[in-house]
Design a protein around this ligand. Sequence first.
Ligand code: ADP
Ligand code: MG
Length: 265
Amino acid sequence: MSNLILKVKNLSVDYTSNNSFLYPWEKTKIFRAVENINFEIIEGETLGIVGETGSGKSTIAKAIINLLKITSGKIFFQNNQISNLDEKNMRKYRKEIQMIFQDPLASLNPRMNVGEIISEPLKTHYPNLHDNEIKKQVKEIMDNVGLLSNQINRYPHEFSGGQCQRIGIARSLILKPKIIICDEPVSSLDVSIQAQVINLLKELQEKFKLTYIFITHDLNIAKHMSDNIMVLNLGKIVEINKSNEVFINPKNDYTKKLISSIPKI
Ligand code: ADP
Ligand code: MG
């Protein structure tokens, strides 16, 4: 039986600009970044979210992990409403939904070594865990993402972009989450490295039965990764369907335009 793991219902997010460069009367200007977003994800599947820069992809990601206050709508994790929970009540869901970011180096604390970076979420959620156990789990996860355990005392700047992304992936996996939101995880990497990271993510999905939200502006990668694809334009869903359907039989003009602009390879 297929289980629903995440459900987003009528999600809208407004940003208010408080920018000091604005005139006083503009200061509380409200900008609607995403509007009336609806989707569901079955456990173990991947939802690809595609759309141009500024279409609201990261806003949806941040709304799901409660990094921002949503304006309206509801988000459910396995039937539990998790939208706008306070930090205390959100805590148990934080373990379940993790995120991987676009710029691997910038998302890692330069003053922490690999062991510290990967173990930080573990220490936060399980403060009584013994050092040996932490080390064991960190080494295990490093092995799973293709890092050598003797690199545990190295610092982020000593690694390539692809390796930094592996560190980020390890950190996202250490709490054994059910969902990982990958926000343009390979966009900043060389094309040759992209495939390695993509394949690693696929492999990890199998191994740990992960559910992915895979955000990208690259339709080829979206197609390769996703069971279903949601196409966003200016904060609204223009199409959501089985991945193949979106490509073979796009319903929407904007989707057709996006598809026709894909470089053939
Ligand atoms: P994407 O990830 O698809 O590039 P985002 O979700 O980051 O898009 O942004 C959607 C829109 O919201 C953009 O127009 C962006 O400029 C705006 N935006 C994003 N974050 C903020 C913020 N913190 N304050 C104000 N506007 C924002
Ligand atoms: Mg983004």
